[in-house]
Design a protein around this ligand. Structure first.
Ligand code: ZN
Length: 631
């Protein structure tokens, strides 16, 4: 095991990065919120997904190719990428203490033993197109060949960083070298239709120091033209992967044209196309972000992969200068839009993440194959991109908690954790966080440099916290003025045994959307800390909570329920539910005519959005009509 080398995005030598990675293997999550999520991923999700991929032929495709039986053309063109993402997840999971890691290790080796013999002598590897060079790269915009190559390279880098073994990495290098003989100035000019290869090539450059991989990433990004985009648009996953890859490219090259273009797109996404959960993708057609303010609730697409892609992008943007606005958006997506993509037990997944649902079976008699079951998470999907993507992200999550810079140590995410790493000057330190975050805003940090050392401790003050207080060794910290949406900088000579206590105000906040979002007019979403809440029918006698109204004059009271949904803080309040779900006498009426009395007063309970659909079919709503008067 090589925890020293397990940076998720290795900006250690990136000239335009202020932040330097603290590797995933240097961070132990201990007994808090994320350890439970990661334990379910390692113990149940990752092993189960391997069995599913195997049963679906993902390994067999490689074995057939190695045996000279041509191609898997019955399957999706992107099937290989599912296995590669799983391999990346398995590699990061080996950093855990979980007893399942021995099983995962054996399955990872089984996968590698299936994949490697299928690689062509020239380095090309794709089971759909096989090893006949005449079949390759006919339709680059559609065929996902470069997308699969990108995931292969990422899996290989993770495997090498965690295990120190080179066989997968050497194969990835052969593939990347082959690509440099196919694409580039004077060669094939078409850009990939589904970005992903760009992230992989920049990371391969970081891993090997070979400039040609960085140049090829830049070539693809130039051909796509992303630096000149004025809006964030199109297929949500592709747009965000491309932006993440372009940010990686900027971190190595520093051309301000890239930074400006990315800033325009980020601004457009955050101001007009981002769900309150951090999901993106307001339109089913084309899996697209749609136009500005196109954010339907029940018809939200908000693919899990798209939420993860914005996390990857925000993380890379953070590396440039340590700006907290990117960390705020990363955290929003982490606790809501991304985490909703997996069940509490780690074995069932959402591809599409609606913000409202009726909880009923639905179907179309003229399309008998259309879904009829109520909307629930599934173990896998025909297009199975999301499950292994969640798994690789959760497995690598410790690598997103903290960073160093030339002048200090940065804490981005709060959870019960122990970080053992070294400052820029080489001083080893241990940083221990004690907290019940995200249910409680108090975080105690024990700072243990091996010897007294002067550096700046940067603590993120989330934008959602209206106020924060801080003490140092039990006393008010001199000059410390926490500001929401900023990193608080504490520069001093830190001594072993120093303690910082940060208390973030965590009120229940009712959020309104801009008036241009048609679906949320008159409604509020409820947030406490980083967690967005929803109402579920199962807590309301099966009522359809899409029609619930929240009483603005009754406070929502937080209450921790240890035995509910793995332990969550619920919000208890009051409002109204539909009393009579029989059809109305008329669908429309003249304005001013008194409507039938269909609401009844009721207690309302809100639960974290990420935890919905863990108790069987049920209606759900994030946005609730707000009503201050009795009906
Ligand atoms: Zn997906």
């Amino acid at each position: 095991m090589f925890p020293e080398r397990t940076a998720v995005v290795d900006t250690t030598r990136s000239p335009y990065a202020r932040l330097r990675p603290i590797p995933a293997g240097a961070v132990r999550l201990e007994g808090g919120f994320w350890q439970a999520r990661r334990a379910a991923n390692t113990a149940a999700g990752i092993p189960q997904q391997f069995d599913i991929l195997k049963a679906r032929g993902a390994l067999e495709n490689f074995r057939r190719l190695a045996a000279g039986i041509e191609a898997n053309t019955e399957d999706f063109v992107f099937r290989d990428s599912d296995l590669y993402k799983w391999m990346e997840a398995a590699a990061y999971a080996l950093l855990d203490d979980d007893p399942q890691t021995a099983v995962i290790r054996a399955r990872l080796d089984e996968a590698i033993d299936a994949v490697l013999p299928a690689q062509g002598a020239d380095g090309y590897l794709n089971t759909y197109f096989g090893n006949d060079p005449s079949r390759r790269f006919h339709n680059i915009a559609v065929d996902h060949e470069l997308y699969c190559a990108g995931h292969f390279i990422q899996a290989a880098i993770a495997h090498h960083r965690v295990t120190g073994e080179r066989r997968l990495l050497d194969a990835a290098i052969r593939f990347a070298d082959y690509l440099t003989t196919v694409f580039g100035p004077g060669l094939r000019q078409e850009p990939p239709g589904h970005p992903e290869i760009e992230l992989a090539l920049v990371e391969l450059y970081r891993e090997t120091g070979e400039r040609r991989y960085l140049d090829l990433a830049g070539f693809f990004l130039e051909r796509i033209g992303i630096a000149d985009f004025t809006r964030f648009e199109g297929h949500a996953v592709r747009a965000a992967y491309c932006a993440a890859g372009a940010t990686d490219y900027f971190l190595e090259t520093g051309d301000p044209r890239w930074r400006d273009g990315l800033e325009r797109q980020w601004d457009d996404m955050v101001r007009t196309k981002l769900y309150v959960t951090g999901g993106i993708g307001g339109r089913y057609r084309g899996e697209s972000v749609g136009t500005a303010y196109e954010l339907p609730n029940q018809r939200a697409y908000a693919e899990t992969c798209a939420a993860l892609a914005t996390i990857f992008w925000n993380w890379r943007l953070m590396q440039i200068a340590g700006e907290a606005r990117y960390a705020d958006e990363l955290e929003r997506t982490l606790y809501n839009g991304a985490l909703a993509g997996v069940s509490l037990d780690g074995t069932r997944y959402f591809y599409v993440n609606p913000l409202a649902d009726h909880g009923q079976a639905e179907g179309d008699p003229w399309y008998p194959w259309a879904r009829r079951e109520p909307y629930q998470r599934q173990t896998d999907f025909p297009c199975n991109c999301c499950p292994p993507n969640v798994e690789r992200f959760l497995a690598s999550l410790p690598g997103y908690f903290a960073s160093t810079s030339d002048d200090g140590l940065w804490v981005h995410l709060y959870d019960a954790a122990r970080i053992r790493w070294r400052l820029a000057d080489g001083t080893p330190f241990t940083l221990t966080q004690h907290t019940r975050y995200p249910w409680d805003g108090t975080i105690t940090l024990a700072i243990e440099p091996e010897r007294a050392a002067e550096f700046t401790l940067y603590l993120r003050i989330p934008a959602w916290a209206p106020a924060a207080t801080l003490t140092l060794n039990g006393e008010p910290a001199p000059g410390a003025a926490p500001q929401p949406g900023r990193y608080l900088a504490l520069r001093r000579t830190w001594q072993p045994g120093d303690r910082v206590s940060l208390a973030l105000d965590m009120p229940v906040t009712l959020l309104e959307a801009d008036a241009r979002v048609p679906e949320t007019r008159g409604s509020v979403a409820v947030q406490r800390g980083p967690v967005i809440y929803c109402a579920e029918g199962v807590d309301h006698g099966g009522a359809d909570v899409r029609f619930a109204r929240l009483d603005a004059s009754t406070p929502l009271v937080p209450h921790f329920e240890a035995d509910l949904l793995g332990g969550v803080t619920v919000l208890d309040g009051a409002g109204w539910l539909l009393a009579d779900e029989s059809p109305p006498p008329a669908l429309y009426r003249p304005r001013g005519q008194r409507p039938p009395d269909v609401l009844r007063p009721a207690r309302l309970r809100l639960v974290p959005y990420y935890a919905w659909a863990n108790r069987g079919p049920s209606s759900m709503a994030v946005w609730l009509l707000l009503d201050g008067s009795a009906k």
